[in-house]
Design a protein around this ligand. Structure first.
Ligand code: URA
Length: 474
């Protein structure tokens, strides 16, 4: 029996290295005991380092790597064993990765979903307290306490470095503390809840929350699903909830009588202050291009090459489509075929300047089946979307747009995590871990409408959506 000890910080990377080594040495799952930050267990069995896999010895499907990256942060103590057991089978049966009936995969997908949800909640519900003093370099200092259900501080820390790049901050959780000082992120052992000062931000959040709370649309179940009760104790605005619920009916009546009301301007300003965007840059565009070129040297049957986005690196707007089409794949540029021409025409009519936006796709390769010599477009699956997520995340990181325009279901799923119908959600902005996302239909939807009247009506709605986007980024 081997005991592999994984660290609390850098867990996912350590698991990946250990799993590759074990796989290369053909160590079966039942011969491995995984310990995570557990000295008692390690003392009992004695930790043995996992063998190191020679470079290139083990190939693992990218979709599994992405899955494992999330599952490693789950709180289930069996997570590492579950992943390795599945990986062991995957070695001989690569098609397992897309087998919807496989119970082990279903469990792992469920765990991945829990982790993603937890990470999303963390990005929404961490509340910083102002520590007052500015550091030597004049940066303001903030700290927050948070109790995530899973170990999601490490994977979400880059989000906070982008969002709050111009301040120094610490996020304390029971497991791990993340510190961002002078633009450098570091991770440390967790701590008990620190004594943080009450500050004005509490009041700001309370005001914001009371402003956006619409008593006429109160649905307690939906609200507690969005903001689960377990988070309330650390959310300054949550203390207003019982009152707001209790008085909702009376307030809804008052609102109806007093309409029209002023927009919650103050709330918008508060949001702006609390969500000041950052400018942290990881990879450069050059790195991305080189990586795409390297991957493009190998062809994949049924898939085209990686087509990256294009546009100003500091664009305020990022336009995200589905995947390159046949023309885009040949030219190596996004949105230059029929759907791109449709977009260009309607955008120009709506006053939206394509050249000022960074235009890209959620999935980077054209997916097709061959019919004779023709390459017929295939919609990307959720697996393709996950596979490609890394690329769009890098582009978002680099461009840091103020607003993202998601066109069509694939872009919406990638950015919001929800597959709910785009026709019901279009025309609205949804807050996501990547920033605000405006949803609309894909231009190829308009091209496919057989009825001329429906096409004209839908094109007009699309134009209205693009005009709203132009206004929002102006
Ligand atoms: N459809 C897309 O979603 N993107 C393109 O680049 C072309 C067509």
């Amino acid at each position: 029996m081997r005991t592999v000890a994984l660290p609390r910080i850098g867990t996912a990377a350590a698991w990946r290295t250990a799993a590759r080594g074990l796989l290369a040495a053909q160590v079966p799952p039942e011969a491995v005991l995984w310990a995570w930050d557990s000295p008692a267990q390690i003392d009992l069995f004695g930790a043995e380092p996992a063998p190191v896999a020679p470079r290139g010895d083990v190939t693992v499907p990218k979709a599994f790597v992405a899955l494992a990256e999330n599952v490693c942060w789950h709180s289930d103590p069996e997570r590492f064993a579950r992943l390795y057991a599945f990986l062991w089978r995957l070695r001989r049966q690569p098609q397992l990765m897309v087998d919807r009936g496989d119970a082990q995969l279903a469990t792992l997908r469920g765990m991945e979903k829990n982790v993603r949800r937890c990470a999303h909640k963390m990005t929404a519900f961490v509340r910083f307290r102002d520590l007052g003093e500015a550091g030597a370099d004049g940066r303001r200092r903030f700290a927050a306490w948070f109790e995530p259900t899973h170990h999601t501080l490490e994977p979400t820390a880059p989000f906070f470095t982008r969002r709050f790049a111009d301040m120094d901050w610490a996020i304390h959780t029971p497991d791990v503390t993340a510190r961002f000082e002078g633009g450098q992120l570091s991770l440390h052992e967790g701590s008990p809840r620190p004594d943080l000062p009450e500050d004005g931000a509490d009041e700001l959040w309370g005001t914001y929350f009371r402003n956006i709370f619409n008593p006429a649309r109160l649905k307690v179940k939906a609200m507690t699903s969005e903001m689960p009760r377990k988070y309330w104790k650390n959310l300054p605005e949550a203390r207003h909830i019982p009152d707001l619920i209790a008085n909702a009916e009376a307030r809804a009546r008052e609102m109806a009588e007093a309409a029209p009301t002023l927009p919650p301007v103050r709330a918008e300003r508060i949001l702006e202050r609390l969500h000041a965007p950052g400018v942290l840059r990881g990879m450069t565009f050059d790195d991305l291009r080189k990586r795409a070129e390297a991957e493009n040297r190998e062809t994949q049957p049924g898939y085209g090459r990686i087509v990256l986005g294009e546009g100003p690196a500091d664009a305020r707007l990022m336009v995200v489509g589905e995947q390159p089409g046949d023309v885009e794949d040949r030219e190596g540029r996004p949105f230059v075929g029929p759907a791109g021409q449709m977009f260009d025409t309607v955008a120009a009519e709506a006053g939206l300047e394509r050249g000022a936006a960074y235009v890209t796709n959620a999935v980077k390769r054209f997916k097709f089946t061959l019919r004779g010599k023709r390459r017929i477009h295939q919609s990307p699956t959720s697996g393709d979307i996950e596979h490609a997520r890394w690329w769009i995340a890098q582009e978002l990181d680099l461009v840091q747009p103020k607003l993202i325009l998601a066109m069509g279901g694939t872009a919406a799923e990638t950015l919001t995590g929800s597959r709910k119908g785009i026709l019901k959600r279009r025309g609205a902005v949804e807050e996501t871990e990547y920033g605000p996302v405006f949803l609309t239909v894909h231009p190829s939807y308009l091209l496919r409408l057989p009825d001329a009247a429906a096409k004209a009506a839908e094109t007009a709605r699309f134009r209205d959506d693009l005009a709203s986007v132009a206004k929002l980024v102006a």
